[in-house]
Write a protein that binds this ligand. Structure first.
Ligand code: NAD
Length: 496
């Protein structure tokens, strides 16, 4: 077997191995025999080195004018744009999603870079009045310090870009740990930031798994944790950050629903549900895992959905015409399958799928069949828990109010959608669904970078990435008062 290429951590502007000398493999989920590379398995010593480098760089970086900081981000984004196709191919190899989608992931990174680069000339604060004479008042944004960024594997470059770019434009420095399943896309992104001339130590890349992440969360001199991943891990992060009063922003799971009203354009609703359920092999935090269909059209819609699920072309995402790639790894595939077994035991009806996908080109990868359940209800785990695979439940409802109640009957609250031609239903859905995102006549997936992104209830802890709200995560407010009266003036006292 050919020797796999070894990749390194990036600390203080140097590419170095982990102190342990240990590595872990990066495997192609469409062909488990292909080892794409070996990555350093980093420990707390490596994290500490990265924090030291980030602290050292922070002293100067925080003083670089924001428009200058933004220039590095713009330069990097332009380089990413130039290399979009090469980066997309690489991402499909390590993550599995089809090329059309990895191009989208890279495009989202570019969009985020362009958007945040503009922020370098905004970072608006407020100027306001003072209650006292000859006194000026304003608020300004300040950086926070060293930020620890921990990301999942389903958007290997886009999610890091949602964190790294806003953190940098605000004047912070970064210790970044990407998901262990998709380290190469992260590696490429950092290489590009280096090529864009980013000063040494401003961004530091530390590869590894849960224990590396934990070392970041627990490092006393990391001032902020920005985490995207599962609820399970998010709670651990929040617990520690709560104990030591560390700032933390969490973006976690979803159990997203699409409502299809009787008056909807059924073909449009079908295409939306199929894309929402099977896009990224169902491994999106915004994936459509419950489709609520009004009873008068339920049977017809079910038939259409099952038929369309049967036609989905599964395979290596690098190949033309493939609609759905593999699941990220074997553990995750087994987890999805376990949920299918649980669903069957709980009494839901399996309409199609529910098996590992087999075939000449499929046996080497972690493929799974598009899977549809009916007759699921809110007592069942497949109705309530995030499955993170190509599994959808079709559920019938009578009245609009019933649908809203059922959509909201979950601990999550990320994305939602309604298909209807009736503006009254649309407006009421926007008002009544408990979620961070509601689409009208569109699927539950497809966020745009300049709008707030995140969810309510157990999906997050009140922060929003994307848009201006990302800047709120990565900056602190300072209120400033300038007294030019030449005398001591006392607020609330000298007001007469
Ligand atoms: P995960 O929670 O297993 O891992 C996420 C990251 O945390 C990885 O980098 C991992 O190495 C690290 N990690 C694991 N254990 C840790 C610990 N104890 N301390 C610190 N770090 C630790 O999630 P995943 O399987 O990589 O991703 C899938 C999950 O991410 C799904 O639940 C999905 O809904 C969620 N997700 C949410 C969003 C969002 O914006 N809301 C976006 C994408 C994915």
């Amino acid at each position: 077997m050919a020797q796999s290429k070894k990749y390194l951590n990036y600390i203080g502007g140097r590419w170095i191995p982990a102190k342990s000398g240990k590595t872990f493999p990066n495997i192609n989920p469409a062909n488990k025999e292909e080892v794409i590379g070996l990555l350093p398995e980093s420990g707390s010593g490596d994290v500490d080195l990265a924090v030291k480098a980030a602290e050292k760089a922070y002293g100067e970086w925080r003083l670089v004018p924001p428009p200058k900081r933004a220039e590095y981000i713009l330069k990097a984004s332009l380089l990413i744009q130039k290399r979009k196709e090469e980066l997309a191919r690489l991402m499909t190899r390590e993550m599995g999603k089809v090329l059309r989608e990895t191009r989208g992931d890279i495009q989202e990174t570019i969009d985020m870079g362009f958007y945040v680069a503009g922020e370098g000339r905004r970072l608006f604060g407020q100027t306001t009045t003072s209650e006292l004479k000859d006194k000026f008042a304003m608020s300004v944004r300040m950086p926070i310090g060293v930020c620890g960024l921990i990301t999942p594997w389903n958007f290997p470059m886009a999610i890091p870009s949602w964190k790294i770019f806003p953190a940098l434009v605000c004047g912070n420095t970064v210790v970044f740990k990407p998901a262990e399943d998709t380290p190469l896309s992260a590696h490429k992104m950092i290489e590009i930031l280096e090529e864009a001339g980013l000063p040494k130590g401003v961004v530091n890349l530390v590869h590894g798994g849960p224990s590396t992440g934990e070392a970041i969360v627990r490092h006393p001199r990391i001032r902020l944790i920005s985490f995207t991943g599962s609820c399970e891990v998010g709670k651990l992060v929040a617990e520690h950050c709560g104990k030591v009063l560390k700032r933390c922003s969490l973006e976690m799971g979803g159990k997203n629903a699409q409502i299809v009203m009787e008056d909807a354009d059924l073909n449009l609703a079908l295409e939306g549900a199929v894309w929402g359920a099977y896009g990224t092999t169902g491994q999106r935090c915004t994936a459509t895992s419950r489709v609520f269909v009004q009873e008068g059209i339920f049977e017809k819609f079910k038939k259409m959905f099952v038929e369309r699920s049967r036609e989905i072309k599964i395979g290596d995402g690098l190949k033309e015409g493939i609609e759905m790639g593999p699941i990220i790894n074997e553990v995750q595939r087994k987890r999805v399958h376990e949920y299918v077994e649980i669903g069957k035991k709980e009494g839901a009806k399996l309409e199609i799928g529910g098996k590992f996908a087999k075939g000449k080109d499929l046996d080497k990868g972690f493929f799974y069949e598009p899977t549809v359940f009916t007759e699921a209800n809110n007592k069942m785990r497949i109705y309530r828990e995030e499955i993170f695979g190509p599994v959808a439940c079709l559920i019938s409802f009578k009245r609009f109010e019933d649908a809203i109640r059922m959509v909201n009957d979950t601990t999550y609250g990320l994305s939602s959608s309604i298909y209807s031609k009736d503006v009254n239903f649309a407006m009421r859905a926007i008002r009544d669904i408990e979620a961070g995102i509601t689409y009208v006549n569109g699927p539950t997936i497809g966020a745009e970078v300049h709008l707030p992104f995140g969810g309510v209830k157990n999906t997050g802890n009140g922060h929003r990435e994307g848009g201006e709200t990302a800047i709120d995560i990565f900056s602190e407010w300072k209120s400033v008062f300038i007294d030019y009266s030449g005398k001591l003036q006392k607020a609330q006292i000298d007001v007469d």
